[in-house]
Write a protein that binds this ligand. Structure first.
Ligand code: NDP
Length: 335
């Protein structure tokens, strides 16, 4: 596949103007472009410019509010709710960051319920930002029904990711962010686009038989990682980022889309904990480092998140490569 090279700034300008041309105001477009280019910069392409045509389709259809004004509401001393005003998630997330930090520092723990927003993408940006502010954080969200329940053959759960952030001493935070499915949906779509096969654990065809062909899996169902264990985690995410906060299950997000093919509307739950208020202060940072040191003593290990932080340094200098086909698609949307 042929590519075009761009600096991160050029890619950001492209995303920004494409979103503005297609109906977003500056503040919404900027928040989305920031998030997409952060993902490109970390070489997480499935949350980068690849999503731009999908985002444009959502705004053009009128389903997503490109001029959203998210509002923050205190539901209880340690519970905050953000109403995203039917916009894309990044602006709501940006609006909620400082209120969540303040609430966690005051109470030791705070929960943030994001509602009425579209496409809560990767979990790492929030948990990383919270960890950089010295907090420990957990974030989860449902999506569309892509994953079959254990033993079943029909998609029911989202690929429901879970992110975790932990502050570190004089180092980038410890961050992991993983789907509860064997593979993220975007990775299967990218494999289909690029003509690559996927591991047999990734999913099943409509006949329930495991397949390595991403196109067959896209017609059938994905599988949870580790079989029933991943399926149970996906179910937990459905509950705590769905009914708990008054938001959609993945199956309800798809019903709400009603065949328009836009990004999912739904919720996200973030729990932030201030380690300074949990009894191991001020030693918790050193204490955590003991674990990381013991992990890294073993050959063949690395910390989760380390790949992204290395990629970030590289792309800041070298820029990124965008497939020509995607670049042309974006130019067509700008025309
Ligand atoms: P991966 O399987 O690529 O990685 C999962 C985690 O494991 C990452 O934190 C990664 O760190 C870490 N990791 C990978 N290899 C190692 C290793 N050898 N040692 C230690 N840690 C390792 O992620 P997924 O494919 O499951 O998810 C990709 C993205 O898609 C996530 O950002 C997720 O939030 C998003 N997603 C979003 C959904 C949505 O509906 N919004 C649904 C599903 C997924 P590193 O990053 O450094 O490689």
């Amino acid at each position: 596949m042929s590519h075009i090279n761009m600096s991160l700034t050029e890619a950001h300008d492209l995303a920004l103007s494409c979103l503005i041309t297609n109906g977003c105001d500056d503040v919404n477009a900027r928040a989305c472009a920031d998030r997409m280019i952060e993902a490109e910069g970390d070489l997480c392409h499935s949350h980068g410019l690849f999503r731009l045509p999908w985002y444009v389709a959502g705004v053009r259809s009128g389903r997503v509010n490109g001029r959203a004004k998210p509002t923050v509401e205190q539901l209880a001393p340690a519970v905050i709710r953000v109403n995203g005003d039917r916009g894309y998630a990044p602006l709501g997330q940006k609006t909620a960051h400082q209120p969540l930090v303040d609430c966690a520092r005051k109470n030791g723990i705070a929960a943030l319920a994001f509602t009425n927003m579209f496409h809560i993408a990767a979990m790492w940006p929030e948990v990383e930002a919270l960890a950089r502010d010295g907090l420990c954080a957990i974030a989860v969200t449902p999506s569309y029904p892509y994953v079959a329940p254990a033993g079943g053959t029909k998609p029911l759960f989202g690929t429901n990711p879970m992110g975790f952030g932990w502050p570190r001493k004089d180092a980038d935070p410890l961050v992991f962010d993983q789907a509860s499915s064997s593979m993220a949906r975007g990775e299967i779509q990218l494999a289909a686009r690029d003509g690559r096969s996927v591991p047999e654990t990734a999913g099943i065809g409509p006949d329930g038989v495991p397949s390595t062909d991403p196109n067959v899996i896209l017609q059938g169902a994905q599988l949870g990682f580790g079989g029933y264990k991943g399926a149970s985690l996906a179910m937990m995410v459905e509950l705590i980022a769905g009914p708990l906060i008054g938001e959609f299950l993945s199956i309800e997000s798809l019903e709400d889309d009603a065949g328009k093919g836009g990004p999912p509307k739904g919720g996200e739950l973030i729990i932030a904990l201030d380690p300074a208020m949990f009894g191991d202060a001020p030693g918790f940072l050193e204490h955590g480092e003991k674990l990381f040191g013991a992990i890294l003593e073993q050959n063949g290990t690395r910390l989760p998140g380390a790949r992204r932080f290395e990629n970030r340094k590289l792309t800041a200098q070298q820029g990124i490569a965008i497939p020509n086909s995607l670049h042309q698609e974006i130019l067509d949307l700008l025309a």
